[in-house]
Design a protein around this ligand. Sequence first.
Ligand code: GRF
Length: 201
Amino acid sequence: MSKFKVAVLLSGGGSNLQAIIDKFKSDETIELSCVLSNKKEAYGLKRASKANIDNFYVDHTNYSSREDFDRELMGILEKYKPDLVVLAGFMRILSPIFVNQYLGKLINIHPSLLPKYKGLDTHKRVLDNNEEYHGVTVHFVDNTLDGGPICAQSSLKVETTDIDELQKAIHELEHELYPWVINQIANKKIYLSDGEIIKKV
Ligand code: GRF
């Protein structure tokens, strides 16, 4: 039986990619097939190379429209036929062309307890608002910003006023949650059906 193939899109350090690599490197049913970045200097590309995973840099500034860039990404992904496309710190909004192609097979991790704190600078806003709890969300991507159906969340009690410390604690939650969700989706325990999320966990 062929393995469940995962593609990762990123723009930065790729600590979530590393967590995914570490979790599935010897897995019998799930494989990481390729990594794409829109940033040449993204350390995530190096992590992919080290793990012998095919990786590509596609400079979005070379494309005159968002759609053209997305078509280029889709062209690369098409060769790998991923069962799941995982956004892990990918700092580009994907156009409906891309999102509709991978609907139900496209997930994102967001550093807040959605629907609270959509968008950027979530840690700062959480601290500014003296929130008691903060956390992370993995969700299916649809054509709304940080608004797709939620797969899973994990949370922590905010016990610091230091943004770096908070970010580190949130990253630790992410590194547990994201591989877990990928595993659940690969095993058909979390999926989308007519836009509704089904969870058998
Ligand atoms: C994570 O905090 C994730 O929630 C957000 O982007 C960040 C990526 O971090 N979407 P890394 O590149 O995986 O270290």
